[in-house]
Design a protein around this ligand. Structure first.
Ligand SMILES: [Zn+2]
Length: 487
């Protein structure tokens, strides 16, 4: 059987976090009472005129800058004509041949891949090339019930950014990593909430297979209605298998659009090329072309430090491992929290704070709602706890107990340590008295230590710990025993 080369391209629709809609002043609000945020423009009533939303244009250009795209000096808007109940004026305003952003790419990084695929990444450090990003208006939201359909025009006319990749993705795992990386960058830039479950990030997949050795791409199959990361991965896997089987049997695949059924885990045919729309794009006469130079100059300073830049800096400046830096930079808020903890006390090694954040804080946050943004623990409080551990004032085991209580009660580490009586006795004079008593009472054990028995040494440390009710600093006790017995 021949082997096939898989080629995948993704079209991602991201809702922008603007105050108002794309061409009118109606508020853009998720979850409002249906059909309460509408006006003649977004209802598509005859004679209503669109007015460009500058914030939406700025956010799209910012996205392009974060992804290394170019913005043409002049852009324009076009009408895409089709008849459908969710689009009452019978055309959607979008961008055809002069979009806001051209080119660019999305860098994939190891932790962006699905967990079970991180050990077998085929193209580490890959950057998936982008074709373009354009800005358009969203359509109304239809909800299909048993015997009827309802429609909510609150979503009609809200700004929607379409990010189109080149057919540059080779596998379901890469598609997953692409979406993870892209989401992260959109959230970093504050341009979109990019939550697939809430529908503010939606994804269409184009996928084709061709036999090895053939340069011409195979028939393009489009998958619609993918609304979660796992659906994207599963649908692509399913489609690769389905197309491989068909090609193996000598069937010819035809260009078509398919629907993914998440419950059944399979795709089904929606339409073939013959039923494809002819959208008859034409420049929108209500919107004049836009010169972009001023907006580009205004937006450039707003480009934030990007996830991959932050990761590199955490490794270089804070001595984090690549894995730790990846986890810490995966969420902007988490990265900010970590840096606040590092900045709170510069004498505490940042690497140690990273360990606490990743192993303990994220562990405890997993079970609490809201993640890092609603974390009751302040960065300075964790820094203070790690400082006490580093000074050897409490043991690691005790510190874990203190940490759990800090998270629960919000009390500072010092207060909890005092209340629990965890303060270690590091006062050598006091400890020497204790050790002297134990040595005097156990001459046989002293002889064993002299004979080189390490276990006997540990026994003395244990006895001293007991005598001090657990407050003795074990390292200092051992040092004293060693000095007194062995000289
Ligand atoms: Zn409106």
């Amino acid at each position: 059987m021949p082997k096939y080369i898989v080629t995948i391209g993704l079209e991602v629709h991201a809702q922008l976090t603007t105050q108002s809609k794309m061409f009118c002043a109606c508020p853009r609000e998720f979850g409002a009472e249906p059909n309460t945020h509408t006006c003649p423009t977004c209802l598509g009533l005859p004679g209503a005129l669109p007015v460009l939303n500058e914030a939406a244009i700025e956010k799209t250009i910012l996205t392009g800058m974060m992804l290394g795209c170019e913005t043409p000096p002049i852009v324009k808007w076009d009408r895409k004509n089709y008849f459908y109940p969710d689009m009452p004026k019978n055309y959607q305003i979008t961008q055809f041949d002069l979009p806001l952003c051209i080119g660019g790419g999305v860098p994939l990084y190891d932790l962006a891949y699905p967990k079970d695929a991180q050990k077998s990444i085929v193209n580490p450090g890959k950057v998936v090339k982008l074709t373009r990003i354009h800005l358009e208006e969203d359509v109304a939201k239809s909800t299909h019930h048993d015997k009827f359909t309802t429609i909510d025009f609150n979503r009609a006319g809200t700004p929607l950014m379409e990010i189109v990749s080149d057919p540059d993705i080779d596998s379901a795992e890469e598609a997953f990593a692409y979406l993870t990386s892209l989401r992260q960058i959109l959230i970093y830039g504050g341009v979109s909430d990019a939550d697939m479950e809430k529908g503010n990030l939606r994804c269409d997949v184009n996928i084709s297979l061709r036999p090895e050795g053939q340069t011409e791409l195979g028939s393009k199959i489009e998958l619609k209605n993918l609304n979660s990361m796992s659906a994207v991965r599963r649908a692509i896997k399913y489609e690769i298998e389905r197309q491989t089987e068909a090609l193996d049997k000598g069937e010819k695949l035809i260009q078509s659009t398919r629907r993914w059924d998440d419950d059944r885990g399979e795709t089904s045919l929606m339409r073939t090329k013959e039923d494809a729309h002819d959208y008859r794009y034409l420049p929108d006469p209500d919107l004049i072309p836009l010169r972009t130079a001023d907006i580009v100059a205004r937006v450039r300073p707003l480009v934030p430090e990007l996830p991959h830049e932050k990761r590199a800096r955490f490794e270089k400046d804070y001595g984090c491992s690549a894995y730790d830096a990846g986890v810490l930079a995966s969420e902007k808020e988490l990265a900010t929290w970590y840096e606040a903890a590092v900045g709170a006390d510069t004498s505490v090694p940042p690497k140690k704070i990273a360990n606490w954040v990743i192993n303990d804080l994220l562990g405890i946050l997993k079970d609490s709602e809201g993640g890092i943004s609603s974390c009751p623990l302040k960065p300075e409080a964790l820094s203070a706890l790690v400082a006490v551990v580093e000074e050897g004032k409490i043991s690691n085991t005790q510190a874990k107990e203190v940490f759990a209580e800090m998270f629960e009660s919000g009390k500072p580490a010092s207060e909890i340590i005092k209340a629990k009586g965890f303060e270690q006795v590091s006062d050598t004079g006091a400890l020497e008295v204790i050790v002297d008593q134990i040595l005097a009472a156990n001459p046989d054990k002293v002889a064993e230590v002299k004979g080189g028995n390490e276990k006997a040494m540990n026994w003395f440390t244990g006895q001293a710990m007991k005598a001090s009710q657990g407050k003795a600093n074990p390292k200092i006790v051992t040092d004293i025993v060693r000095k007194k017995v062995l000289g």
